[in-house]
Design a binder for this molecule. Structure first.
Ligand code: SF4
Ligand code: MSK
Length: 666
């Protein structure tokens, strides 16, 4: 059966105006998208697969297992809870491996940068010295490259070390949290080791106890959050600059008719940063002019987009869900990709246009794509080779359509340091004002909306959840494609404060910040761990992350990385609610995730299919934590007097967070 193009009639799940516009145009009429494939397949999925009770871990299977039916256990005797736990744990291992391989490349790039072997430099010396302290690196009498080299080598060791000591970053967690990890023996050791051990324990005939399996699941996920992801975020910040607030645009409308459009898609910012440098080189600009273009327009897709958006203000053309649509505009000369979340279909869509999909990483090749290997030691040269290829395509461009109606600006760049400066002010940056405003009830709590888009569900779910949260005075921190989606609907603008509840609105208006803060890419969820830790350290909200009024969700999760992220938040003490989890085939295992984990870690998993219900459950959890802290009575309306405004406003505000020399916005 060949799949038919449904046009937009078949796209009932699409609410994005730009996507609908592109798909309704003639030039896109032959483009088969993931929406069409979802329609063609129907919405029903295999019950065993979606419930987590299909096992194919050995060649006696596959075995489909029904909980409570004695005859329907695995050939080997594996029960539904064992199989669901094994599958869940393998998902965590896979997600962790993706973040880890990404992080390893960043650490290697960091080391090469410290040696002067890349076009990059050590930019954030404040963070360099902070990390030197964490790693115990002596800084006296050493220049920044010497310090960076020592940190880089120690960081690389965290991936492959074989002793039983925890990875370095674990010591940044609150003391009480570290005690819990010690109690259950789940503090992560070498990051690679945790992934390998997880794969081993889920192999046929090894660990058969769902509780024991998930102890390793927790340890593996923590190796991601407090190990590889955190290393990646911090070293990338040091190398390319810690994000600071800046305005930019997020939408397909950032493509330009009169320029060579190059979209950068994937995750590792080394490639994107090199392309940013190369796109400014006179010889590249000259080449573009010769081809008849006014310039080279770089735009991001997925998390690479978030990385360069946060650090350079380069616009994001598309989140995960719009990657095919970016090509279907007919305006993209090249889609340059590295690793993760790149759908094989982009090469197929590109066949209808002049666009080349250019793979750049030996680990991720694709039929129908052009491969130009990106070499970090020759970063600028590699980037120029890629751009030259794209520029040559410009003359081949035919009809194109770039939607312009939904071109909303966003304010991005809320690293944990920025939140510190913004709320605390330039001269006394701290989380004190945030904690105080949570205690006095102007801010009810903090919620993280992270993760992917998913073609199987309506694309407005991030928005519904975010609007409900901010309306109830919950400050939202967003990362990944969820952040891009929230930007597309205008929630990343300070003006969105009008939609927030009175307490949150007052603070946002005083400081000049949006009620939804864009904190970066998928690996940058580690920023949220640090932000939560800082809230604990600041005092007044308990001694551990589990006591904070905070909750997280990845409502449209698609990638295995989202499950790893969810688990490292749960194991760090947070409440995490998804729209579905592949565990429903085992009530016993689901109970472990939803109830027993709370007894162990103070954090737990939860599920709510309806987005409004999901937001309400997050708020209910926040209120539960407020009550436990004894601050639930304080949620009375407090009007700001002049002194309070001065306190919040001094040296802060988006237009004034200039401590690192970044652009001013207002
Ligand atoms: Fe079946 Fe057991 Fe093999 Fe899994 S490991 S496929 S349950 S026999
Ligand atoms: S890119 S993992 S779709 S957030 Fe990080 Fe987006 Fe999810 Fe990929």
């Amino acid at each position: 059966m060949s799949i038919k193009r449904n046009g937009c009639e078949g796209c009932s799940e699409i609410t994005c105006t730009s996507t609908k516009e592109v798909l309704s145009k003639d030039i896109a009429k032959n483009v088969i998208t993931a929406y069409d494939r979802v329609q063609a397949r129907g919405m029903s999925a295999c019950l065993f697969g979606s419930g987590g009770t299909c096992c194919r871990n050995c060649n006696m299977g596959p075995c489909q297992i029904i909980e409570g039916v004695d005859d329907l256990i695995g050939i080997c005797g594996a029960t539904a809870d064992t199989v669901a736990a094994r599958n869940f744990a393998r998902t965590i291992a896979s997600g962790t491996s993706a973040h880890t391989d990404h992080a390893r490349e960043m650490v290697k790039g960091f080391i090469e940068t410290a040696k002067g072997e890349t076009p990059h430099e050590i930019k954030d010396e404040v963070k360099l010295h902070m990390l030197a302290e964490v790693f115990g690196v002596e800084t006296e009498g050493k220049d920044k490259n010497e310090i960076a080299l020592e940190i880089g080598k120690m960081a690389l060791n965290d991936f492959g070390k074989q002793d039983d000591e925890p990875v370095t970053m674990v010591k940044r967690a609150p003391a009480k949290r570290q005690e819990i990890w010690k109690k259950y023996n789940i503090a992560p050791r070498g990051v690679d080791r945790e992934v390998v051990e997880m794969m081993h324990r889920t192999h046929m005939g090894v660990d058969q106890d769902y509780r024991n399996l998930m102890l390793q699941g927790a340890r593996c996920a923590l190796a991601d959050g407090w190990g590889s992801s955190m290393l990646s975020t911090e070293l990338t910040d040091i190398m390319f600059g810690t994000p600071v607030p800046r305005r930019a645009i997020v939408d397909l409308g950032v493509l330009k008719e009169d320029q060579v459009n190059v979209t950068v898609h994937g995750h590792e910012p080394l490639l994107a940063e090199a392309l940013c440098l190369a796109a400014q080189e006179p010889d590249m600009l000259e080449l573009a002019k010769k081809a008849g273009a006014k310039g080279i327009n770089l735009a991001g897709v997925c998390c690479t987009g978030n990385e360069i958006l946060m650090r350079r203000g380069i616009p994001v053309a598309a989140g995960f869900i719009q990657q095919e649509m970016a090509i279907a505009t007919g305006a993209v000369e090249a889609m340059v990709v590295d690793v993760q979340c790149i759908m094989q279909s982009v090469a197929e869509v590109a066949k209808s246009f002049h666009t080349d999909v250019i793979t750049t990483n030996y680990r991720a090749k694709m039929p129908g794509a052009v491969h130009i290997q990106f070499e970090e030691e020759e970063a600028l040269q590699s980037a120029k080779e890629i751009l030259t290829h794209a520029i040559k395509n410009y003359k081949k461009r035919g009809d194109c359509f770039i939607p312009t109606e939904n071109k909303l600006d966003v304010v991005v760049g809320f690293s944990h340091e920025t939140i510190n400066y913004m709320l605390g002010g330039r001269f006394r940056s701290s989380y004190r004002p945030l904690n105080d405003n949570i205690i006095n009830g102007r801010i009810r709590g903090v919620a993280a909306i992270v993760g992917c888009d998913n073609y199987k569900l309506p694309d407005d779910r991030h928005e519904i959840i975010a609007r409900e949260l901010i309306k109830n005075d919950v400050l939202v921190l967003a990362t990944g494609c969820a952040a891009t989606a929230l930007g597309r609907v205008g929630l990343l603008r300070p003006e969105a404060a009008r939609e927030a509840g009175p307490g949150l609105a007052e603070i946002c208006e005083t400081v000049g910040m949006p009620p939804v803060l864009h904190c970066g890419s998928c690996v940058d969820n580690s920023r949220l761990l640090i932000a939560a830790t800082e809230m604990v350290r600041e005092g007044g909200l308990g001694e551990d992350i589990s006591e904070l009024p905070l909750a997280g969700t990845a409502p449209l999760w698609m990638s295995e990385k989202a499950v790893a992220i969810g688990q490292y938040f749960v194991s760090s003490g947070a409440y995490v609610c998804f729209q579905n989890l592949p565990t429903s085939g085992s009530k016993v295992f689901t109970k472990h995730l939803f109830e027993e984990m709370e007894e162990m870690y103070g954090g737990r998993w939860d599920v709510a299919e309806d987005p409004l219900e999901l937001a309400k459950q997050m708020i209910a959890h926040i209120d539960k934590k407020r009550a436990a802290l004894g601050i639930d009575k304080k949620r009375e309306r407090v009007l700001f007097d002049m002194e309070m405004r001065r306190d919040l406003g001094t040296g802060s505000g988006i237009g004034d967070v200039g401590c690192h020399g970044q652009q001013h916005l207002s």
